[in-house]
Design a protein around this ligand. Structure first.
Ligand SMILES: Cc1cc2nc3c(=O)[nH]c(=O)nc-3n(C[C@H](O)[C@H](O)[C@H](O)COP(=O)(O)O)c2cc1C
Length: 360
């Protein structure tokens, strides 16, 4: 089977891979720019992209919007004609400001999950930016796309179906996770079928992209054969030299074992997958005192939340992988070394076995 490019409206990625957005600070301009430079789609996370700005602690929102603009522009410089997306979580406070800033800074695509991005067409109206919801089931897919059709006469430019092996927050309940893992390919097929209804309504192709646990060339081919147009991968991109996180964060992926990967609680109210450490052990029995609120998540109440997720993610990306939260996908234990982005993409494409077919 020839590997076809991933086409999202007028965007053409010769490698059908989206590098998943990873907050806080794990996927910024260096990773996204290098992924895009190598023919796939690079994605910058809009979760505190300004955490390295000098005024971040005092003027968090201003620092984040500035940081987001800087990183989009820098990624575009690295990749020239590459495709750069932004991952903005619906659960974030100031979601609208981040999406608008991404448009102004020249991003090509907005990917939104951690909630249903019901108003995304309204926020992006008048721009040519592409929009892609992240869903975990055909039901959620139908709900979002029906809402968009009814209220905005608009549909998605792509749909990402994210499964239970993904990293970060999961759109699945903890008590049924094993079952969801077994059935995930069926969920993918159901989403592909659901999307076909909207393709007919809008007379346009809506690529479905599969995320969560994609590790090998064979995994990617399995989903392409099922009818997907591409895959979204994050965990494997953490273990690259170009990833924006501290080396300790990357090495935590290289060194972890299967039994070190567990589900933990999150102020978002969804389970999150992370590498076991001092923080996740502490959270099993007690709260971690909040010293500062970054006003980051709508569902979070600083008075009752078990810990501050912003502060935990900032700690880990800066290298404190014991007291910080190290989100990872279910397959992180299979990583044994760091690669360059190009090596990873070549491996995923089956080395030189398959040359991407470029449609001009
Ligand atoms: C370290 C890390 C951080 C992540 N952060 C986010 C995030 O901020 N927003 C989001 O929508 N998804 C996030 N994800 C999910 C990824 O974008 C991606 O869809 C998923 O992890 C794919 O599965 P894989 O890691 O098995 O390849 C994160 C994943 C990881 C590993």
């Amino acid at each position: 089977m020839n590997i076809k490019p991933l086409i999202i409206g007028d965007l053409i990625a010769k490698v059908p891979i989206i590098q998943g957005g990873m907050g806080v600070g794990v996927s910024l301009s260096n990773l996204a720019g290098n992924v895009a430079k190598n023919g796939a789609i690079g994605v910058i996370s809009a979760a505190h992209p300004g955490y390295m700005e000098e005024d971040f602690e005092k003027n968090t929102l201003a620092a984040n919007l500035r940081g987001l603009t800087k990183h989009i522009k820098k990624a575009k410089e690295i990749s020239l004609n590459g495709i750069i997306g932004v991952n903005a979580m619906v659960a974030m406070n100031n979601y609208i400001e981040h999406v608008k800033t991404a448009i102004e800074a020249g991003a090509d695509l907005i990917i939104s999950g951690a909630g249903l991005p019901l108003n995304l067409p309204e926020i992006t109206a008048g721009s040519s930016i592409k929009i892609a919801p992240i869903v975990s089931s055909a039901k959620a897919c139908k709900l979002v796309l029906s809402y968009w059709k009814k209220h905005f006469n608009r549909t998605a430019d792509a749909v990402i179906v994210e499964g239970p092996l993904a990293g970060g927050h999961l759109g699945f309940k903890k008590n049924n996770l094993d079952n969801d893992i077994v059935n995930f390919d069926k969920y993918v097929s159901a989403v592909i079928e659901e999307v076909k209804n909207f393709e007919k309504d809008f007379d346009k192709k809506i690529p479905v992209i599969v995320a969560g646990g994609v590790f090998t060339h064979e995994d990617m081919m399995r989903y392409l054969n099922l009818g997907a147009s591409g895959v979204q991968m994050a965990t494997r991109f953490v273990a690259t030299h170009e990833c924006d996180a501290h080396p300790n964060f990357k090495n935590a992926f290289v060194n972890c074992k299967k039994e070190d990967i567990e589900l933990t609680i999150s102020p978002v109210g969804m389970p999150g997958r992370a590498i076991r450490n001092k923080l996740t052990e502490t959270l099993k029995t007690q709260r971690v005192k909040i010293t500062k609120c970054y006003d980051c998540l709508i569902p979070c109440n600083p008075g009752t939340t078990p810990y501050c997720i912003s502060s935990a993610l900032i700690k880990s990306v800066k290298g404190d992988v014991e007291n910080g939260l190290v989100f990872c996908g279910g397959n992180a234990y299979r990583i044994d070394k760091l690669l360059y982005v190009k090596e990873l993409i070549d491996e995923m494409m089956g080395q030189s076995l398959a040359q991407p077919e470029i449609i001009i």
